[in-house]
Design a protein around this ligand. Structure first.
Ligand SMILES: NC(=O)c1ccc[n+]([C@@H]2O[C@H](COP(=O)([O-])OP(=O)(O)OC[C@H]3O[C@@H](n4cnc5c(N)ncnc54)[C@H](OP(=O)(O)O)[C@@H]3O)[C@@H](O)[C@H]2O)c1
Length: 322
């Protein structure tokens, strides 16, 4: 089979398209014929050698969609459409950057859909992250206010659409004035330009603060995001677009407002269910949710795809068609 193999830690060019033996399937695992996969920013860290325990060479890719090629357990028929994600995929074992992958049954979710593979490929990890952050971590409720910090990211764009679907008022941020219309077109009620101080601008719109904050930039903006919540409001840090992992100084009684709540979301396949995924795919198919795919690459162009992801030009999900 053809596979994009990360040969060693480094720049996008360390990923080489090679011929590899098609993997053989073990007990309680399945073999998937891959049709498409979404790119994820965590795959940049893995490629750079920053994912603990990842040994090179490795076929990366924490998610994929495709069809069952072989299932020794008999759970799925050959040809069944399936998504697989996380659970060590593309890190502890070879992942989705290939024509075939073997994955444990536990991280496979069957679905039915006539959507194009390039749309389906954008969904599993993005949806799992957004739905887990909003419903499981932030416990969003109809009529609440939600600030999405890092609104133009693919996670931020989908979070806005799902939050609007649930009946919330959404404030989205970007550092880039040119992306304001893009965020409004995606459903944001308000757009704030992020120069590091969002809390004072937000208080002009909502003097008491917002109910919930989805923090996608991370450490560099977290203290300011905590200033944005109402008493008993929640900030969930799901992303680290700012690239910083550790906060040097943090004073809980000071940085967290009284009664404020701070949590994180680090989703995995266990946070998703077959029903949740199918319902979401159906909502995309009937047009009630729009999945924003920014660009589709071929597997042969994986280096260009990683380079593009690192350039921050994308305004939606980057997908690779296999
Ligand atoms: N916790 C989980 O389970 C989980 C799962 C998946 C992803 N994530 C995380 O969620 C975040 C979003 O992922 P994504 O794939 O949706 O991202 P993405 O689409 O690649 O995001 C791109 C946008 O991020 C903004 N950005 C980039 N670098 C930035 C910086 N240094 N400071 C501020 N903004 C910056 C830019 O927006 P502007 O130029 O418009 O400001 C850019 O357009 C990532 O941190 C990712 O690792 C978490």
């Amino acid at each position: 089979m053809k596979a994009a193999v990360t040969t060693t830690a480094g720049k996008p060019e360390v990923i080489q398209v090679q011929e590899r033996p098609t993997p053989t399937v073990k007990d309680a695992w399945i073999l998937i014929k891959i049709k498409a996969f979404g790119l994820n920013r965590s795959e940049i860290f893995t490629r750079q050698g920053d994912s603990p325990n990842v040994k090179f060479p490795r076929i990366q890719g924490i998610e994929c969609v495709g069809e069952i090629e072989e299932d020794p357990s008999g759970t799925f028929k050959k040809g069944q459409k399936v998504a697989a994600l996380m659970g060590g995929m593309g890190r502890d074992f070879d992942g989705g950057y290939a024509e075939y992958a073997t994955v444990p049954l536990a991280i496979a979710f069957p679905f039915e859909s006539n959507l194009p593979w390039t749309t389906l490929g954008a969904i599993p990890e993005m949806f799992q992250t957004v739905s887990g952050s909003l419903t499981q971590a932030l416990d969003v409720q109809k009529a609440e206010t939600l600030l999405i910090r890092g609104g133009t990211s693919s996670i931020g764009m989908l979070a806005c659409q799902l939050a609007k679907h649930y009946g919330l008022t959404v404030i989205s941020t970007t550092r880039n004035n040119d992306k304001e219309k893009h965020l409004k077109d995606n459903g944001a009620d308000y757009v704030l330009i992020d120069d590091g101080d969002i809390s004072s601008k937000l208080k002009q719109l909502f003097p008491d603060g917002v109910d919930k904050v989805l923090e996608l930039i991370g450490i560099s903006t977290l203290k300011d995001s905590l200033k944005c919540i109402k008493p008993k409001g929640i900030v969930c840090m799901t992303g680290i677009l700012g690239g910083e992992w550790t906060m040097k100084e943090f004073t809980p009684m000071g940085d967290i407002p009284s009664l404020g709540r701070l949590t994180v979301y680090m989703g995995d396949a266990v946070n998703l269910s077959k029903t949740l995924l199918q319902d979401f795919i159906d909502a995309v198919a009937d047009g009630s949710i729009n999945v924003t795919v920014d660009k589709v690459f071929k597997l042969d162009d994986i280096v260009a795809a990683h380079t593009y992801m690192e350039s921050n030009q994308a305004k939606g999900k980057i997908v690779v068609e296999v």
